[in-house]
Design a protein around this ligand. Sequence first.
Ligand code: PGA
Length: 261
Amino acid sequence: MGRMPMIAGNWKMFKTPTEAVELVSAIADLLRDVPEVTAAAEAVVCPPFVDLKPVATEIESGGANVKLAAQNVHWEQEGAFTGEVSVPMLADIGCDYCIVGHSERREMFGETDETVNKKVKALLAGGITPIVCCGETLAIRDAGEAEAFVRGQIRGALDGLSAEEVVGTVIAYEPIWAIGTGLTPTRDEANDVCRSIRATVGALLGQPIALQVRVLYGGSAKPDNIAMFMSEPDIDGALVGGAALNAESFVSMLTTARDYA
Ligand code: PGA
């Protein structure tokens, strides 16, 4: 359906500004000579807040087609919110995307479907595309509730949004038990949930939107298993943690993803 594959590297709380510039420069070095890869598959890096500006500058000078994403945002435009960062700040730096509702933020920093929804609305209003994360715990999966749980998260995240607003939004299905553990769902298990996510978007906003929304898989995705996920019809790419902290491994995944464009 013309959905461009995406590999998004979630750097989490890794890389100082100096190290972040080194990593994105290494990625740009590898990609500069293969423009056909980034023409067909989208490379996204998601560094910590303090790294965004130096990484943006490095991307600009590096001559490679790499997109920039933040890992979080506040929903207000500005105000007395010590320690928070707003959409206009990210837009000024040149962020294309922003991760919202990562399970680590839901578990450790009190993020809820309601705050995810506020952040999604603020991002879309400010011209930044949200990468909305969802995913179940092992207990929920073992209870046979994974799809119902994730559908609820998606309804919450997209509540009150119009089809026009949601066009192009990215959703990342990340089973919590697969994140950083080396465990992964089978290809069928992963695709079943991704298909269910797409069906939920279709029920809320119409089938044309569902067919345009990209759904990524995340959780121990790496060069060795990316082809398995990419070959599934409802999986359009991956949100990658550990394996994205190395330039060769990130570019290898991107190169594989491109084969599924
Ligand atoms: P992982 O992390 O690839 O290290 O499992 C994925 C994520 O949390 O986005």
